[in-house]
Design a protein around this ligand. Sequence first.
Ligand SMILES: NC(=O)C1=CN([C@@H]2O[C@H](COP(=O)(O)OP(=O)(O)OC[C@H]3O[C@@H](n4cnc5c(N)ncnc54)[C@H](OP(=O)(O)O)[C@@H]3O)[C@@H](O)[C@H]2O)C=CC1
Ligand SMILES: CC(=O)[C@@H](O)[C@H](O)COP(=O)(O)O
Ligand SMILES: [Mn+2]
Length: 394
Amino acid sequence: MTEADGRHGLTVLGATGSIGTSTLDLVRRNPDTFKVVALTAHSRILELAEAAREFNAELAVTSDPARYQDLKAALEGSGIEVAAGPEAVVEAARRPSARTVMAAIVGAAGLAPTLAAVARGARVALANKECLVCAGDLMTAAVADSGAVLLPVDSEHNAIFQVFDDERREGIEKIILTASGGPFRRTALEDMRAVTPEQAVAHPNWSMGAKISVDSASMMNKGLELIEAHHLFAMPESRIDILVHPQSVIHSMVAYVDGSVLAQLGCPDMRTPIAYALAWPARMKAPVERLDLGKIATLSFEAPDLVRFPALRLAREALRQGGGAPTILNAANEVAVAAFLGRRIGFLDIAAVVDATLARLDPKAPASIDEVIGLDAAARRTAEDLLGSVVAAQ
Ligand SMILES: NC(=O)C1=CN([C@@H]2O[C@H](COP(=O)(O)OP(=O)(O)OC[C@H]3O[C@@H](n4cnc5c(N)ncnc54)[C@H](OP(=O)(O)O)[C@@H]3O)[C@@H](O)[C@H]2O)C=CC1
Ligand SMILES: CC(=O)[C@@H](O)[C@H](O)COP(=O)(O)O
Ligand SMILES: [Mn+2]
């Protein structure tokens, strides 16, 4: 459970990313509490090596086998074990000395290592929402089988987790997920056609990786979070509302049958939900700006616009349809977002590619993780094939 030296063993998957570095910032401030076991990354080898040295990690892993020699050279003489490849990331997640695994890889690439942490019954601080979107039923079944504890890190789900009375579920009426509306909340549909990746990643409230920032701009992020909430809290789609709240101060709410609505509030800084997940069920200090509602003065709310943000509608329909539809939605979205960031398609083409991919494939429910991986791969191939035709049709 804990290290021989009494500290809480922690592995960070995706250590070089936005969530990974925020996690390590908290670890840096609490050296007597946490012991870093393994750190993983993909391409940012120097940052990975630097963090591994700073935190005296047992193991550093790059998921890219072609970067093994670079990582080995960067850690020469440190005594830190080095490994490479997707299977090595899974092995890192399996290391038993880490009581908690922070799952902060972006995309479905995080599925296998997150499942490995779940399978050994670890505490899994889950940032990687795509895991639950593409394999939610299988993941929650694996959690039930192994006795793993899933601690939501995504700010909305962490908020819900803090105010959701799981012991008295019959008292819960619905979940209200808040959404900032992203950088294009007030942009006309016609103008969205020409927005650039730089504009799309410029989130008004949060500093995040490129992929989730684009998802926030298209509101696919809220669609993914709808599916994530369905799996984390076993709530039907019909009892999960989405409400645009541009200030990102109320991170989400739970409405009860007696008319009470419980919310979690805070300044938008991921170190709050990360600290909650790392310290749970206790609390730890987080070096974040304190909320001053008097200074903010106004909190506003509006309904989401499903015409300008069709991704939200597609995600809700995929959740209603069930089976493999969310797996297809997620994989197609990953392909389309990468193509948008690479300037191969326009912003509005993202939802069009997802829609067309969903229309092409049989959404039969995957019965195993291998079937999820197969459906994910088929959806990626289909989405890649569709990139050209969707653009040509605009
Ligand atoms: N950022 C945020 O505030 C929030 C993020 N999340 C979720 O958390 C997850 C991480 O997001 P974020 O930190 O923003 O993303 P980043 O892009 O900042 O970081 C992603 C991390 O994953 C690694 N990675 C990328 N591709 C692969 C791969 N194929 N195999 C293994 N590792 C890989 C990256 O390595 P490298 O950089 O070395 O290439 C990096 O360490 C996402 O699922 C996101 O939706 C949820 C809520 C808030
Ligand atoms: C910080 C976090 O949890 C993000 O998922 C955030 O919610 C994105 O903001 P949007 O509400 O704009 O999607
Ligand atoms: Mn979120």
